[in-house]
Design a protein around this ligand. Structure first.
Ligand code: CTP
Ligand code: ZN
Length: 150
């Protein structure tokens, strides 16, 4: 298969090395949907220089805040965030899960206080083996199955 070429951006953010198939979730986290006024590029299942296939999302003129980067780290832990200025990569970071994820992940336990009408913000703590543990009810969620508050 011939390699798919995706154009470079002038100024903004490139989220690279997203696990193949997950770019739509990254777009959702970024709030890029029907009616988004800016320029963005999504590539799915393109050849990766490292191994196999990957997804890429490029957003012109946007630089991501910490909360957005944390959400991306939850669903795409192997992603890199590249900051582009004047067509050049001026910063490159691996995303990293913080020690606590506050108000980002839904608890799957329906009896958890975070699912009660009082609306307590969820707190999840990353654990060994790709899991997150609810601070309130101790329920564990697999990172590949988490549901986010978008
Ligand atoms: N990129 C872009 N627009 C630019 C510069 C870079 O869209 N003006 C994209 C590249 O296409 C690539 C990503 O940003 O997807 C990172 O660029 P670069 O660091 O040059 O590529 P690699 O060295 O292949 O990155 P890595 O080692 O992280 O795979
Ligand atoms: Zn819980």
């Amino acid at each position: 298969m011939e390699e798919l070429k995706v154009s470079k951006i002038a100024e903004g953010t490139v989220i690279d090395h997203i696990r193949a198939g997950l770019a739509p979730l990254v777009l959702r986290i970024l709030g890029i949907e029907h009616g988004y006024p800016g320029s963005a590029i999504m590539a799915m299942n393109v050849k990766s220089s490292r191994h196999g296939k990957k997804d890429i999302v490029k957003v012109e003129g946007q630089f991501l805040d910490e909360e957005t980067i944390n959400k991306i780290a939850i669903i795409a832990p192997q992603a890199t965030i590249n900051i582009i200025r004047d067509y050049k990569v001026v910063e490159k970071h691996r995303v990293e899960l913080p020690e606590r994820l506050v108000g980002l992940v839904k608890c799957p336990n329906r009896n958890c206080i975070t699912n009660s009408p009082e609306g307590v913000e969820t707190i999840f703590i990353p654990e060994e083996g790709g899991k997150l543990r609810c601070h309130y009810c101790e329920e564990s969620v697999d990172l590949r199955r988490v549901e986010l508050y978008y």
